[in-house]
Design a protein around this ligand. Structure first.
Ligand SMILES: N[C@@H](CCC(=O)N[C@@H](CS)C(=O)NCC(=O)O)C(=O)O
Length: 222
């Protein structure tokens, strides 16, 4: 039975999982959950993830949420080296994945909620929050940019799960305008991922079509 991934095609977090699964050659069955219709807050979905967030993985009777945890589970199950070949590489990858969750993507999500989420609700963004998130993103991006001046990928100069996690905020930046484009090595690395990781390019098209379609449907111009 294929592993199921529940989530919305516009979700940058679902993207991290579906792109990583493709890179690891893992067969998955996608179950679409429409976030715009509130489908992640139905009683059935909340049984899978009480936080009501996309994505969720279901492998037989095992249910797991949090994209990074799902990717680590998939890598271990498939025996993929995307989670690291040596103990040192594994912990370097985990270092970046934890950093990404706690210090990086959270500010991109905050910006998405302010700039896009609130637009869908007809409310203005809180500029103090947008500015705070931009400052935090700039601080992290400066470190990443310096790191990527010396490396083609985040760890070990080859694709790993750390790349998917840290690239997550690029999923919405054409719409949220978080300040990633000020950092040339970061932009070049993102383009490298799009050019060399087919699943990253395919899921970008999915996210863009889904969110741009929702914006057009709601008559919102950014
Ligand atoms: N840290 C979580 C983030 C999940 C998340 O924020 N998902 C968003 C879409 S990218 C969501 O489902 N939002 C719906 C909501 O807030 O109700 C993960 O990595 O899975």
């Amino acid at each position: 039975m294929a592993i199921k991934i529940y989530g919305d095609p516009g979700s940058g977090s679902r993207r991290r999982v579906t792109a990583a699964a493709a890179a690891m050659g893992i067969d998955i069955e996608i179950v679409n959950v429409d976030l715009f219709k509130g489908e992640s807050h139905t009683p059935e979905f909340l049984e899978l993830n009480p936080h009501g967030l996309s994505p969720v993985m279901v492998d037989g009777d095992f249910v797991l949420y949090e994209s990074a945890a799902i990717n680590l589970y998939l890598a271990e199950k498939a025996g993929s080296d995307l989670a690291g070949k040596t103990i040192r590489e594994k912990y370097e990858i985990l270092q970046w994945m934890f950093w990404s969750g706690e210090q990086w993507r959270i500010f991109a999500t905050l910006t998405f909620d302010e700039v896009l989420g609130k637009r869908f609700m007809g409310r203005p963004a809180d500029e103090t929050i947008v500015q705070l998130a931009a400052d935090k993103i700039r601080a992290g991006a400066a470190v990443l940019d310096a790191h990527l001046a010396e490396h083609d990928y985040i760890v070990g100069d080859r694709l790993t799960l750390a790349d998917f996690d840290i690239a997550g905020p690029f999923s919405q930046n054409e719409r949220t305008k978080i300040p990633l484009n000020e950092f040339p090595n970061l932009v070049a690395w993102q383009q490298r991922l799009l050019d060399t990781v087919p699943g990253w390019a395919a899921t970008k098209r999915e996210v863009d079509e889904r969110i741009d379609g929702a914006l057009a449907g709601a008559g919102i111009e950014l």
